[in-house]
Design a protein around this ligand. Structure first.
Ligand SMILES: NC(=O)c1ccc[n+]([C@@H]2O[C@H](COP(=O)([O-])OP(=O)(O)OC[C@H]3O[C@@H](n4cnc5c(N)ncnc54)[C@H](O)[C@@H]3O)[C@@H](O)[C@H]2O)c1
Length: 253
């Protein structure tokens, strides 16, 4: 998909990767860029800077996602590309409370499900559409600092795979963005093992996304090492686990 003349929605557009996506889509000649975020002021600032439109959405609430889709499709036109990008992190393992798991899952997993639930039937009915879901390399490998984050991002990859398989032959395009460390507010307080291959800037992530969208490639891997790690994981799972244990020792030492 080329971005020119497209109606594009980006969630989590007030900051970081979402902001960079919105800026890049506007620069590439999108017809309309909808900057959606629960941070109304931040979304408004980004929208003002790029000539887009801001909408306040908490993607952890299905009703908000329905309202976002209805507003855009009713007032701007059919959504060509929906970037379900907003995400949150909570650090920790077994001690993370149930409420925190649920909150994280609503935003990192169910938001993708809800966007697809309300948009895919419309996209299929009009012959196609594109979903770009932001997961993480943590969704293909793991995250040593956060069990809920790693698990939720695996689920985000699974949602994307499932949609691509079930609706790909009906015109739906799906890509899933799986970066390692990126310089954003989320990583401002440290990144641990996510930084071993170097941190990227949000604009570089947006560049990788635009390329993948043009190629209609499912997996968006701005850090190329991730593909090799996936190969090692699937090639010999036990060896991969031992390697990850070693990395864990290094980062918890
Ligand atoms: N930064 C990284 O290293 C990294 C790596 C891999 C994946 N990711 C993923 O990239 C995505 C964007 O994160 P980022 O790094 O740009 O972080 P960020 O904190 O800079 O931006 C996240 C944005 O999402 C918004 N947001 C959070 N919860 C929301 C909600 N419930 N409803 C609507 N908006 C909400 C925030 O207000 C913020 O503007 C996330 O899904 C994150 O998990 C980040």
């Amino acid at each position: 998909m080329q971005i020119q003349n497209r109606i594009v929605v980006v969630t989590g557009a007030a900051s970081g990767i979402g902001r960079a996506l919105a800026e890049r889509f506007a620069a590439d000649g999108a017809k309309r860029v909808i900057c959606s975020d629960r941070d109304a002021e931040g979304a408004a600032a980004v929208a003002a800077a790029i000539g887009g439109r801001a909408l306040t959405t908490d993607v952890g609430r299905e009703a908000d996602i329905v309202a976002l889709i209805d507003t855009v499709e009713g007032e701007e036109g059919p959504i060509d590309l929906f970037c379900s990008n907003a995400g949150v992190a909570v650090w920790g393992g077994l001690q993370v409370e149930n409420e925190a798991w649920t909150h994280l899952f609503d935003i990192n997993v169910m938001a993708h499900v809800w966007a697809a639930r309300h948009l895919v039937p419309r996209m299929v009915a009009r012959g196609g559409g594109y979903l770009l879901n932001t997961a993480s390399a943590a969704g293909l490998l793991t995250d040593l600092d956060s069990m809920p984050y790693a698990v939720s991002k695996h689920a985000a990859v699974a949602v994307s795979e499932w949609l691509a398989i079930k609706y790909g032959e009906q015109g739906l395009k799906v890509s899933v963005l799986c970066p390692q460390g990126v310089h954003t507010a989320m990583t401002a307080h440290g990144v641990g093992a996510n930084s071993v291959d170097g941190m990227m800037d949000p604009a570089e992530i947006a560049e990788a996304c635009v390329r993948a969208l043009a190629a209609e490639a499912f997996l968006v891997l701005p850090h190329p090492q991730v593909l090799e790690y996936m190969r090692r994981k699937t090639g010999d799972y036990d060896r991969w686990l031992r390697g990850m244990q070693k990395l864990n020792r290094r980062f918890t030492a």
